[in-house]
Design a protein around this ligand. Structure first.
Ligand SMILES: Cc1cc2nc3c(=O)[nH]c(=O)nc-3n(C[C@H](O)[C@H](O)[C@H](O)COP(=O)(O)O)c2cc1C
Length: 244
């Protein structure tokens, strides 16, 4: 098989890293790859912050709870949705940025995610492992303080990067028919597909934990979404100038 496809199909998140640093050359390749991701109207509405100061790393780790890999990973990047640079460009033209509506927020968030995924694939192509860290949004105000983010910039997620010190099993995905529809949206087989996937995930968890974790995907999702998530995000984003 084509080596790029093989790489994509062998992705798994890595949460334990060797102390060996990630070289500046590797970082350069990752960031240049990130920059070449498609970007809505070439707005490039994202910024990437490398967090190397141990104290800052520790404060961000606290935001994420027990995710010690945030502190231990040789490289930690924060991907931000960023309308501030765009605002500067517009102001330089004497035409202030009109950031009303949800579209600019969405564009910047998508740009950040596409850039991040390109960086992730580049890292993996170099033999590194990565893990996205969305839990920095547990307390976006603290991350904003730590990284001195200006208005019109918000941290979408972090990413741990380093040489893997574990070989996790690939996490099974939904059956392809559940995510690929043809010509029209078709939910008629969801229950059957989810039951099949739940059985696969239950086996995966049992195997991975020596029988300790005995749950299905649907059970996990139901438990996670029984309460609203990160309700502080909307007021935070509004305060930072995003019209959400
Ligand atoms: C936007 C995003 C945020 C994530 N946040 C976290 C996180 O905070 N902590 C963590 O350990 N994993 C996090 N992950 C990793 C997911 O749990 C992981 O990608 C998913 O379970 C699939 O597993 P895999 O990447 O090993 O295939 C995140 C992934 C994404 C895409």
């Amino acid at each position: 098989m084509n080596s790029t496809i093989e790489l994509l199909l062998s992705h798994r998140s890595v949460r334990r890293f060797k102390p060996e640093p990630v070289t500046d050359e590797a970082l350069d390749v990752m960031i240049r790859s990130a920059q070449m991701a498609s970007s809505s109207s070439n707005m490039q509405a994202y910024s990437i912050i490398r967090v190397s100061d141990p104290e800052k790393r520790s404060r961000i780790r606290l935001v994420t709870g027990q995710q010690y890999y945030v502190e231990q990973a040789p490289l930690f990047l924060v991907f931000c949705a960023d309308l501030m640079r765009l605002e500067t460009a517009c102001r330089m033209q004497g035409a202030p940025l009109r950031a009303e509506g949800i579209e600019p927020f969405l564009v910047a968030s998508v740009d950040a995610a596409l850039a991040a995924q390109n960086a992730a694939v580049a890292a993996e192509a170099l033999g590194l492992g990565i893990c996205y860290i969305g839990s920095i949004r547990n307390d976006p105000e603290e991350v904003t303080r730590v990284l001195e983010l200006p208005p019109l910039v918000y941290p979408v997620f972090g990413m741990c990067i380093g040489h893997p010190d574990q070989e996790p099993a690939g996490r099974p995905r939904l059956p392809i028919e559940a995510v690929l529809h043809t010509d029209r949206y078709d939910a008629s087989l969801y229950e059957e597909q989810l039951e099949r996937y739940d059985a696969v995930m239950r086996d995966y968890y049992r195997e991975r934990t020596g029988g300790k974790k005995d749950t299905s995907w649907s059970e996990e999702m139901a438990a996670k979404h029984a309460a609203p998530q990160r309700t502080g995000l909307k007021p935070y984003l509004r305060d930072r100038g995003f019209d959400v």
